[in-house]
Design a protein around this ligand. Structure first.
Ligand code: GLY
Ligand code: MN
Ligand code: MN
Length: 436
């Protein structure tokens, strides 16, 4: 049996269990539709409902539906507009076509007729639309069912991992092209275009807005301005950019120093080594939260080693100073969504971890398990807003911090898969290695 058909069997089994536990007998999943901008007739880029693409690799077919009743063949109502204004979305060839009962539609009416009277125990999953309340559905987006499915989604099938591998290879190709453009002293926008050209996709087909930051812009965590003019001097380059394969996401960050020598080049190397060391500590049964806290210890070590403080690494950690330099979480689940779901869920019943005041931005609190795929993305930056509260604090070596400011900072990000044997597969480093 192929990886995809195994995956579909798992999805069906998971939905059977989720429906059983939440009191529904079937589910109607809407792929979504483009949203029109206010007072305009242009729409925002369409993004497929992740619960739709969980079932099959169709990401460009708005206004489509999957209907699944426990134990039955899933039914796909695939929208193909009779429309001379637009081209038809290309359907990916593949086995999914044999595994669904497919009906082509060009209006909503055939869906209503086919399901008329059959929806009283059906949960609808997707963006609601006008008139939906007349469909006679049991519930729209029930939290109990969504939590159940989200919790199950934290363990990836082999098919999902194979898609994530391919997404990483594609993104790594883009990263290599972007690095070359940086070496050639390109502007941020030119680098961004080099990335898109290398992976042959539109900006709207990326899993998230790429961060392409030269020099001090690397300290802006979600920087997506893309300056059109190259800076007078290229000091550093931080790129956080991904790609999609059949709906699955890559999320990769690399940081480069223009000069092969000097303290910044050494800092990039040191963060890279610390990132690999923490990946080496991943173990089934360990809490991801512990890894995150351990990473703060390592960042404290680097802050001391590179002279950003006048106190010991231990004191830097104990006094909580690392949070000003490494303000985000160590990582997150990744899959159909770049920040994939369930990071805060304790169980399928929807119990969640209490927010942690010290680490409010950590997106992943679960215990590490075989089948999970998550990112590891430590960073160290000069974020002036976060340093304001420490102004005048004598523990800090402000002169050294000022030396780092023009470089922005450093982040290194890989996606890792915890295999069924409990080993760690680094999807991102393997992807770069495959291109050599
Ligand atoms: N690119 C978004 C993130 O790393 O979480
Ligand atoms: Mn990430
Ligand atoms: Mn990222």
């Amino acid at each position: 049996m192929s990886l995809y058909s195994e995956h579909l069997k798992t999805v069906m089994r998971r939905f059977d269990e989720a429906l059983e536990h939440t009191g529904f007998d079937s589910v109607l999943i809407f792929s979504g539709q483009p949203q029109v901008a206010f007072l305009d007739d242009n729409s925002y880029p369409y993004r497929v409902n992740p619960l739709f693409k969980y079932w099959l690799p169709i990401t460009e077919s708005p206004k489509s539906y999957i209907f699944y009743r426990k134990g039955e063949t899933p039914k796909l109502f695939l929208f193909q507009a009779r429309d001379f204004w637009h081209t038809q979305p290309q359907l990916p060839p593949g086995e999914w076509q044999e595994l669904f009962d497919i009906q082509l539609i060009d209006t909503i009416q055939p869906v209503r007729s086919a399901l008329s009277g059959a929806l009283s125990q059906t949960a609808f999953l997707g963006e609601a639309f006008d008139g939906l309340s007349e469909w006679g559905l049991a519930e729209v987006n029930p939290t109990s069912l969504i939590n159940y499915v989200h919790f199950q989604r934290s363990l990836k099938t082999e098919y999902e991992v194979s898609c994530l591998r391919k997404a990483n290879v594609l993104a790594a190709q883009g990263h290599n092209a972007a690095k070359l453009a940086f070496d050639n002293k390109a502007s941020e926008l030119e680098i961004h275009h080099a990335y898109l050209g290398a992976i042959q996709c539109h900006e709207t087909q990326l899993p998230y807005n790429s961060i392409v930051a030269l020099n001090q812009n690397g300290a802006v965590l979600h920087y997506d301005v893309y300056e059109t003019k190259a800076p007078a001097e290229h000091l550093s380059f931080l790129i956080d950019a991904g790609a999609l394969h059949d709906g699955y996401c890559a999320d990769i960050t690399r940081t480069y120093s223009a000069s092969a020598e000097g303290f910044y080049a050494e800092l990039v190397q040191a963060v890279d080594e610390a990132e690999q060391a923490i990946i080496g500590d991943i173990e089934v049964g360990r809490s991801y939260y512990d890894l995150h806290v351990d990473m703060h210890r390592k960042i404290a070590g680097l802050l001391a080693q590179f002279g950003f403080f006048k106190i010991s690494a231990e004191a830097i950690f104990e006094r909580g100073y690392t949070r000003a330099f490494f303000p985000h979480g160590l990582g997150h689940f990744i899959g159909l969504q770049v920040h994939d779901v369930a990071g805060h869920l304790k169980n399928a019943q929807g119990e969640s971890f209490a927010p942690d005041a010290q680490h409010p931005f950590l997106r992943l609190r679960q215990t590490i398990q075989a089948g999970q795929v998550f990112t590891i993305e430590p960073g160290l930056y000069v974020v002036d807003q976060l340093l304001e509260e420490f102004e005048g604090n004598e523990d800090f070596n402000w002169q050294r911090i000022a030396e780092l400011r023009p470089y922005g900072g450093v982040r290194i990000e890989d996606s890792v898969h915890v295999t069924s044997e409990g080993t760690v597969e680094n999807l991102t480093r393997d992807a770069f290695a495959s291109l050599k």
